[in-house]
Design a protein around this ligand. Structure first.
Ligand code: SAM
Length: 217
């Protein structure tokens, strides 16, 4: 994702109706915003939004929120939604937020989310940056607040070191693995209904096995 400085991306995002512009106004009110009581799921670090758009299409009675830090990346997702809109195919059950996930507890109420997805999160390989990794203990504590009691979090990556780190963070943070594989695409049961992300397609084509866990607490 080397798209961080596309001129005008902030302005384009500011005008998009697919983006929630003051998300800190909505803790506890996301279902109201969607106008229904359907389950609410979020992908954190959604990139260009391919996974989320396919999920929204396959699950029209679930609401999906995509969170992305960089305007220039989010712009790609907005452009895709605009294309879909022109052919009358833009899913109504998607909203985007441009924000750093560090502030996620300011945006969602306690237990408001039914499910969280982390897909191919940035590895932040330097030890001093470990707390920036989206599956770190620090982030798990944030997710603990906004995910409902019996909610689940799904994480996929091809990065073995990041996956080992993520698994190592679970116990101390009070989470347990319901499912865990280091080769998702070879596991027929776990792969059923799998929606490929952009990075997943890229890295699995290169022959990298995909790791996945589904966790709960
Ligand atoms: N999930 C997509 C996929 O699997 O194809 C994109 C993966 S890409 C490697 C990671 C994305 O997460 C990038 O677009 C990055 O900007 C975003 N990201 C990283 N840290 C973030 C944070 N703290 N808050 C929001 N987005 C973040």
């Amino acid at each position: 994702m080397r798209l961080r400085n596309i001129t005008g991306s902030r302005e384009a995002i500011g005008e998009s109706r697919f983006v929630v512009h003051e998300p800190e106004q909505y803790p506890g009110k996301w279902r109201e915003l969607f106008g229904n009581e359907n389950p609410l799921c979020a992908e954190i670090g959604m990139g260009k939004g391919r996974f989320l758009m396919e999920m929204a299409k396959q699950h029209p009675s679930v609401n999906f929120i995509g969170i992305e830090k960089y305007s220039s990346v989010l712009l790609r997702a907005i452009q895709k939604m605009e294309e879909l809109e022109q052919s009358g195919q833009a899913p109504a059950n998607i909203k985007f937020i441009r924000m750093d996930a560090e502030d996620i507890t300011k945006v969602f109420g306690e237990g408001e989310l039914d499910r969280i997805y982390l897909n191919f999160s940035d590895p932040w390989p330097k030890e001093r940056h470990a707390k920036r990794r989206l599956p770190s203990g620090q982030f798990l504590a944030r997710y603990d607040r906004i995910l409902k009691k019996d909610g689940e979090l799904e994480f996929k990556t091809d990065n073995q070191e990041l996956f080992d780190f993520a698994v190592g963070e679970l116990e101390g943070a009070g989470w347990k693995a319901r499912e865990l594989t280091r080769d998702l695409h070879a596991d027929e049961r776990l792969c059923e209904g799998n929606v490929m992300t952009e990075y997943e397609e890229r890295f699995s084509k290169m022959g990298n096995p995909i790791c996945k866990y589904i966790i709960y607490r």
